[in-house]
Design a protein around this ligand. Structure first.
Ligand SMILES: *Cc1c(COP(=O)(O)O)cnc(C)c1O
Length: 395
């Protein structure tokens, strides 16, 4: 008898939902279902609802079921990348003349999508400091604002937005609240429970977790009886298939494998990030540390209320762009690379790497900012690596 998974804890859901043993063979792991097409028993006689793998695929279904379960949503859609997921959501909800409120600190690719893809199609956006609820309310254009887009913690400044408060502001205006939950992951934060309508993921990051698969997802709170939410689920499902940027079966399978160990990885990422952040506050060359787990962080209390733990991302400043560039060139365990959320520790210079495309925009980041994705190596090795790099960089 299958338990009521909705009554079980995070890891139990992550490991079991969507991964029920194969009824024919008993295999405890879902297979990678590579067929592009499925035989029909007479026209329209589908076995298990499968027809063509863009429309639906068993491996993708397994991942989608697991993602919905861990986010405590009702529907999930898996895409070939995080940006593909964002694109479908934006096109499903927004029409020319519409407006959205966006973060003034965000993943650079999301900003590029808002400004350079949606903009020319006649959709306007206003970047706002999301930690300021009144500023978000003031940015809403009555009747035109259809979405409030939230990142928390933000990339790369690690600012915190109050999801529940922003959901109220969005809903008062008849807009949807969308949360990009890539940095926090569903283990640390469940935006749908806090009032968000849709969660966006780049599963490329912590969910996949091993820097070996690009993917994205949308998860919805749509419930029976909520006509607007049901309509959104139908619109997203339509565009998922009609535009076609779906997750392939190999990618879906790797992402599902990653998801099963998310909780243990996030605990260790956070243990080490807490150590690294605290240690950085004592280093003479470090002028500021941005980490929501530090008591002096302006979003500390909101983060403590809405997140299980503060997560594995740490940013800090070293006083000058030259010192920052010298530092990131001198680490050995921390690899100099974009992206985040994998088992290996990464270091980067947002101003010249991940956020180079937002230079000159309201999202521009400090030139002396260094971003760390704290990995799963032994934390003493991470601290030693940063110590020698800071010394060598003269920071
Ligand atoms: C990486 C990332 C994205 C985009 O996802 P891709 O999988 O690279 O397309 C969106 N949001 C955040 C916060 C990210 O880190």
């Amino acid at each position: 008898m299958s338990p009521d998974w909705s009554a079980t804890g995070f890891s139990t859901r992550a490991i079991h939902v969507g991964s029920e043993p194969d009824p024919a063979t008993g295999a405890v792991v879902p297979s990678i279902s590579v067929a592009t097409t499925f035989v029909q028993d007479g026209v329209g006689g589908l076995r298990g609802g499968y027809e063509y793998s863009r429309s639906a695929n068993p491996t993708r279904d397994a991942l989608q079921a697991a993602l919905a379960a861990v986010e405590q949503g009702t529907r999930a859609f898996a895409f070939s990348s995080g940006l593909a997921a964002e694109d479908v959501l934006l096109r499903a909800v927004l029409r020319p003349g519409d407006h959205l409120v966006t973060p003034d600190d965000a993943y650079g690719g999301s900003h590029r999508l808002f400004s350079r893809v949606l903009g020319p199609w006649g959709v306007e956006h206003t970047p706002v400091r999301l930690s300021d609820v009144d500023a978000v309310r003031a940015a809403i254009r009555p009747g035109r604002t259809k979405l409030v887009w939230v990142e928390t913690p933000t990339n790369p400044m690690l600012r915190i937005a109050d999801i529940g408060a922003l959901a109220d502001v969005a809903h008062d205006a008849g807009a949807l609240l969308v949360v990009d939950n890539t940095f926090a992951t569903p283990y640390l934060q469940t935006p749908l429970v806090l009032g968000a309508d849709v969660v966006v993921h780049s599963t490329t990051k912590y969910v996949g977790g091993h820097s070996d698969v690009v993917g994205g997802a949308l998860v919805l709170r749509a419930g029976p009886g909520d006509a607007r939410a049901e309509e959104l689920a139908a619109d997203l499902g339509f565009l998922h298939n009609a535009a076609g940027a779906v997750a392939g079966p190999f990618d879906a399978w790797l992402t599902l494998r990653g998801l099963k160990t998310l909780a243990v990885r996030m605990e260790r990422h956070t243990d080490s990030a807490e150590r690294v952040a605290e240690w950085l506050t004592h280093q003479p060359g470090v002028t500021r540390v941005h980490y929501p787990g530090l008591p002096e962080h302006p979003g500390h209390l909101v983060a403590a209320a809405q997140m299980r733990r503060p997560g594995g991302m740490v940013s800090f400043q070293v006083g000058s762009p030259d010192a920052a560039a010298a530092l990131v060139a001198r680490t050995g365990v921390f690899l100099l690379a974009e992206s985040l959320g994998g088992i290996e520790s990464l270091i980067e210079l947002p101003g010249r790497m991940t956020h180079a495309s937002v230079a000159g925009s309201p999202l521009e980041v400090p030139g002396d900012l260094v971003r760390l994705s704290v990995g799963l190596e032994d934390v003493d090795d991470l601290l030693a690596d940063l110590e020698q790099a800071l010394a060598a960089a003269g920071a």
